[in-house]
Design a protein around this ligand. Structure first.
Ligand code: AMW
Length: 149
């Protein structure tokens, strides 16, 4: 079972896996298609990645962002690392937020950060396992190597 810090990731949430990285659907997305990429090894900060992990993580973020951009037919993506607690990091395991952007999806562009913070603090009900599985299943075929747990 892969972990996201202390959170066990359900295998059905995962849609992409490389040597050192994983991508999975978000339990509380702020926009449709908001997913996370993490290194398999738990590190808290970006600077803790080894060179091999860094290369693999960057490549994975690039591949996932491009695949979702095409899948959603958008022309812009926000890629965000909240690297440390004062930058808004709430989960102690480095993660890249990958978020498809649509015209006027927020009143002001940077309201995305307000929403990220708000939703973290909000104890609103998390998505069901079924809803996350359905989304992950849509993304798996986007990667030519397919996905195997
Ligand atoms: W941070 O505020 O640490 O930059 O973002 C944490 C992110 O992790 C949030 O988007 C939150 O919804 C997401 N998250 C937390 N736990 C899980 C989980 N078990 N599965 C998927 N996403 C999660």
């Amino acid at each position: 079972m892969f972990m996201f810090a202390q959170h066990p990731l359900h295998p059905s949430q995962l849609f992409y896996k490389s040597s050192y990285s994983l991508a999975f659907v978000n339990i509380k997305p702020v926009v449709p298609g908001h997913v996370l990429v993490i290194p398999k090894r738990r590190v808290r900060r970006f600077y803790e990645l080894t060179k091999d992990e860094l290369f693999d993580f960057s490549l994975s973020c690039q591949r996932v962002a491009k695949a979702l951009e095409e899948y959603y037919g958008v022309r812009s993506m926000s890629l965000v690392i909240q690297d440390g607690v004062d930058a808004g990091q709430t989960v102690d395991h480095l993660h890249m937020h990958i978020m498809p952007r649509r015209p006027n999806d927020f009143k002001k562009n940077d309201d995305l950060y307000v929403e990220l913070e708000r939703i973290d603090a909000d104890n609103r009900e998390q998505r069901s396992k079924e809803s996350m599985e359905k989304e992950a299943m849509e993304y798996r075929p986007l990667f030519e190597e397919g996905f195997q747990i």
